[in-house]
Ligand binder design. Sequence first.
Ligand code: AHG
Ligand code: MN
Ligand code: MN
Length: 337
Amino acid sequence: MKRLIPVLREDGVDSDLIMVIRTILAASKELAFRISQGALSDVLGSTLDENIQGETQKKLDVIANQLFKELLQDERDVKAIASEEEDDIVAVNESGKYIVAFDPLDGSSNVDINGQIGTIFTIFNGKDEIPASDWRQFAQTGNEQICAGYVLYGPSTLLVMSTGIATRVYTLDLTHGGFLLTIPELKVPEQTAEFSINMANQHDWLEQTKHYINDLLTCNDKRYNMRWNAAMVGDIHRVLTRGGVFLYPQDIRPGYQQGKLRLLYEAFPMALLMRDAGGSESTGEGSILRQPLLELHQRIPVVMGSESEVVQYQSLASLNACSGVENVGTAMAMTIP
Ligand code: AHG
Ligand code: MN
Ligand code: MN
C-alpha cells in the first residue's frame, strides 16, 4: 500500500504544500490519539465559553483548535489561518505562500456519545497584495482551493483528501503512524436510495425542501432510507462512499436563513471532495464552489451527493419564490402555511 507523501509527489503537489499538509496531519494524528483515549485523556465535556457563532464550545473544540493553530503557526509557508473557533483570522507569516482554514472539530455534539467526529480543512494560495492579517486573504471562491480534505475519527481514522486530481482515501496505520492509500479514487455511486437531512426541522423548511423530501418519501420506484449523523464528516463520508444526498438547507428559524454550515471551512472543502469524486454540489440554486466568500464565518445552504438528486433538488428552487424568498443571498423571514 502506498504512503501519503509519495502519492502527493506523484500527483505533482508542490513540496512546500506537502509540508503544510504534513503539519495538518501531524495535528490530526495527535487529536486522533487523544480522542481514542476519551475520558482517560480528559477531553470530554463542555467549556463555559461560546464561539463566534454563539455555540457552546466543547473542551475538545478548544483542544483541537489549539493543536491545529499551534502547529500551523510554526509553519514557514503558512501566511494566515482561519478557524471556526477563532473570531478573526490569525496572521502567521507575511511571506507564507498558503492560507489554511479549518473546522478543527466537526460534529462536536457527538463527542460525549463516542460518535463520529472529524476535522475539515482547506488550503488556498495566499494573495501577495493583501497583508497576512487581513481576512480578505480568504475572500476567494471554492474553485480556488488547491487542497481540501477531512479526517474522520471513527472506528478507524481516515483521511479523505483531494489536491484537484481525485478524491483519495487514506487510513491511519496505528502500527507505523502514517496514512496509507486505501481507496485511490473515490467515486460517488450514481444510483442511490438514501438521503440525509435533519427531519426535525421540516416544519421550518422552504417549499423547495418540503417538496423534494416529500417526493422521495412518496416515490413509487424505490424506497428511500434516511440517515443523520449530526456530524457532516460522517454523513458526507457515507454519501461519498455509497451514494445518496446530504442536505442542510436554509429554513425560517432565526439564524438559519442561510442554513447552518459555514462556507469557508465546511461547504467549500466538502464540495471540492464531492466534485473530484464525480458527485454534485449546490446551494440549492447553483454551485457552492462558485460562491465568493463575503464574510469569514459566512453560512450557506448545502446539498451534495449523487448528481441526479442534486439536479432534482435544484429544479425545485423556483418554489421558494412562492414563499417570498428571492435567493440564498437575500433569504428573509417568511411564513409557511
Ligand atoms: P460543528 O460541530 O463543527 O459545529 O458542526 C456541526 C454541524 C455539522 O457537522 C452537522 O451536519 C450539523 O451541524 C448538525 O446540525 P443539527 O444539530 O442542526 O442537525
Ligand atoms: Mn462543523
Ligand atoms: Mn466544529
